[in-house]
Design a binder for this molecule. Sequence first.
Ligand code: URA
Ligand code: CA
Length: 441
Amino acid sequence: MRMYDLIMKKRNGGELTTEEINFFVDGYTKGEIPDYQVSALMMAIYFNKMNKRETADLTTAIVDSGEVVDLSSINGIKVDKHSTGGVGDTTTLILGPMVAAAGVPVAKFSGRGLGHTGGTIDKLESFDGFSVEVSIKEFINNVNGIGIAIGGQTANLAPADKKLYALRDVTATVDNMSLIASSIMSKKIASGADAIVLDVKTGSGAFMKEEDDSFALAQEMVDIGTHVGRQTIGVITNMDQPLGLAIGNALEVIEAIETLKGNGPDDLTDLCLTLGSHMLVLGGKADTAEEARKILQGIIEDGSGVRKLKELVKAQGGNPDFIDDVSLLPGASFIEDVKAPVDGFVEGIKADDIGIAALILGAGRETKESDIDLGVGIMLEKKVGDQVKKGDVIARIYANDTSKVETSREKLLGAYSFRDREVIKPTLIRGVVTKNGIEKY
Ligand code: URA
Ligand code: CA
């Protein structure tokens, strides 16, 4: 088999066989096929697409490029959750403890962040001493003991995806549905999840700007899950503005704690209750999403969600006292107000640019090697639809290095748009996709 022939076939609109897909994924993982040939193939796939069978085969080939985590010694149905990427997305820190408190085992492998703010692991490291360097045995013991563990992604989990994603990232071939779907689903399947809830973002801050494309992406992933015997649900959610109010690591941890206590922003709370409900249904703890939502609301009200977060932090070496006294978390020395330049209504807040404004302050990584400052970030005071008067505070910058504040402020102001007429607040939850089809709200 020759890579040249595969590229030519796809370039001419042909369909790759299972053997051909296995051949290029295996060859690329082993370093036997060069980047330039795989990038040519990715571009051919970008233009000529893959059908469902090819997409499922690509997913399986990526899973088989590394090890599959064996979580069979964990009792119960392991339900994982994945978001297609958002700015200031704190949901895992809230959902994990909430769902675990409801009795669904949470065995999660998370990553560090690149760009924007940190990943879930970076955020958890705001708790002094917290570590994801636990052995798989300890990890499983923790899930069986307290219902939750968060580990780091091992190097040998879907290694083909690491190479392919990095290559796509620099060759303008990320935003193809089959490629995104196989990339995400391969990692979830290799992580040992029995069932998967996907938060598929739509809007200006998402890969898929158009709602129809987001539904189609969700359908693609649900089909892959169904094909490999993992129940999968996709929830389509709006990303026309950042989620919640906090963007920054420790700031998002505080927001997560507040949300677990019932004092979180409405959109973040609603999203967590919605995703969590589906997780409980898939995990066999409720018959309907409505019933599940009541259970989760009870977990917020009786404080068992925030107690579960404490247990998690303690089990992985972190200081749980930080949860009762958030002033112990990494902080910022300077807080600067950003004010509305005009009277009117907030029309849009470009999530990506808010992410960059936080990155400039040091909340995210420019490169894999960069250090991040866990204490800095941005708190939004006004969101889409809010009325403002010129000079009202629309956001606050939390900084430790004053020389970075002006550039961040410019980016932040540029992310906001205003208009003089009333703006309708966007609906967060747009619909769900299950193996039975699409339901739009
Ligand atoms: N997230 C992933 O993990 N892979 C993609 O291709 C896109 C988003
Ligand atoms: Ca947030």
